[in-house]
Structures are given as C-alpha cells and as structure tokens.
Ligand binder design. Structure first.
Ligand SMILES: NC(=O)c1ccc[n+]([C@@H]2O[C@H](COP(=O)([O-])OP(=O)(O)OC[C@H]3O[C@@H](n4cnc5c(N)ncnc54)[C@H](OP(=O)(O)O)[C@@H]3O)[C@@H](O)[C@H]2O)c1
Length: 212
C-alpha cells in the first residue's frame, strides 16, 4: 500500500472527471479519505460536492491560494489542459510547500521522454521542475484516449460523420487506452503500490494497440 489517502485533482475535464469518479469510488470503499478538486470557478461544484468531492476555488497565480487548498494532501493529480500546463510550475512549488508527497503530472498521452516537438518540451520541463525542488512525480503514458479520440474533428477523427483523415499509410501501430481504464489504473497505482515504485517514474499503459 502507498499509504496515500488524501488526494487533490487539478481540473475536472476530459480525463480529470474520470479520475475524480474513480477516486470517489475508492472513497466509498475506504481506500481514499479525501478527494479535493482544484478549480478556477464555482461552475459544476455543487454536482462534485453532491458526489462526495471537495471543490476548492483557487487562483493559480496566487501561491497562498494553492498552498492553502493543498494542506493535508498526499497526492496531487494534475489534469490541467494543454494551454494551462505551465501553471504546473507554481502548482508544484505550492504542493512542495504544503507537504504534498507525490505529484501526478498532466501527461496522459504518448511518452514525452526524449521528445522535443509539440507539447513535449513543456511536459518535460514540468518533470524537471519537480525534480529540482525535490517533489516526487509520476507520469502515466497512456497512448490516445480510445473512447474520445474518434470524435474529435479538429484532430481529423470525425467518426460521427463517417470521416477520418489518416496520416501516411495508416499502417503504424498506435497505443490506445480508454479513460475509464486510465482512471482505474491511476487510482490503483497511487493507492496500492509502495512509494518506491511511484516516485519519479514513467509508467506506460496500453489498453490496445492497433493501426488507425
Ligand atoms: N491521449 C489523448 O488522447 C489525450 C486527449 C486529451 C487530452 N490529453 C492530455 O490530458 C491532459 C489533460 O487534458 P484534458 O483534455 O483532460 O484537459 P481539459 O479538459 O481541456 O481541461 C482540464 C481542466 O483544466 C483547467 N483549465 C483549462 N484551461 C485552463 C487555464 N487556462 N488555466 C487554468 N486551468 C485551466 C479547467 O479546470 P477549471 O476550469 O475547473 O479550473 C479544465 O477543466 C493533457 O496533458 C493532455 O495532453 C490526452
């Protein structure tokens, strides 16, 4: 067992809401004691509170706001959106000051290690920041979200309208994992595995591997 029972999730969006739901199930089962949700607004907070979560409105640009919200938290799970990834720097510093023991970084995609294109430099920089301040981190590499990707016309995948744009020959194998499976594994790992198996690790998971 990790011994971690007090969790905070930053952001309740595409992947965050699944992780929150899974943490709340673990709370009912007694594995988890607290599920705090950091958010910038009151929207949707009543629904979260009704399910047993503790939404706290924070200002990511005010360290004291973050530190206060993170008091007593063992594990902080960041699911912040891509445009907000840089906010993990002040979030990490506040988490360290508040005594958080493990920071799950907002990655949830292909492995960023050794990649310097697109969003990866920003994701790599967040890992380096946490290492430099001595706050243990973990990253879950999941591949694409298999229950989400196919319905994103902006990515060229528009199954609802029978249209998919495939790059190249479409023969390359790709990792896919559903959001429910990602959430289940993130909660399992952070509650059941010993800290030595969690700290400063990149954990790779794959629900399926197939070509587009
Ligand atoms: N593998 C895949 O197929 C796949 C697909 C999508 C995403 N991802 C990855 O998953 C991670 C999370 O992405 P997501 O799509 O789940 O995020 P998202 O739903 O777009 O946003 C998550 C939360 O971030 C907060 N947020 C958004 N913009 C913000 C801003 N400017 N400042 C502060 N907070 C902001 C919002 O929370 P509040 O409004 O409550 O503050 C929002 O609910 C990312 O690292 C992304 O790369 C992977």
């Amino acid at each position: 067992m990790s011994g971690y029972k007090h969790f905070a999730v930053a952001g309740a969006g595409t992947i965050g809401k699944y992780i929150i739901d899974e943490l709340l199930k673990a709370r009912v089962g007694g594995t988890v004691d607290r599920v705090v949700v950091l958010t910038r607004s009151a929207e949707g907070n009543d629904a979260l509170a009704a399910k047993g979560a503790e939404p706290i409105i924070v200002d990511y640009h005010t360290p004291s706001s973050l530190e206060s919200a993170l008091q007593g938290i063992d594990v902080l799970i960041s699911t912040l959106a891509i445009p907000a990834l840089a906010l993990q720097t002040p979030l990490g510093s506040a988490a360290k000051a508040a005594g958080v023991q493990l920071f799950v970084l907002s990655e949830f995609g292909g492995s960023s290690e050794g990649h310097d294109d697109g969003v990866f430099p920003l994701k790599n920089a967040q890992r380096e920041h946490l290492t430099s301040i001595g706050l243990p981190w973990i990253v879950f590499c999941t591949g694409f979200f298999s229950d989400w990707f196919w319905f994103q016309p902006f990515l060229g995948y528009d199954l609802a309208n029978g249209r998919v744009e495939v790059g190249g020959t479409g023969d390359s194998l790709v990792s896919w994992t559903s959001r429910v499976d990602i959430a289940r594994y993130v909660v399992y790992a952070t509650t059941a595995l010993p800290p030595a198996k969690l700290h400063n690790r990149m954990i790779k998971m794959e629900g399926e591997r197939y070509t587009p």
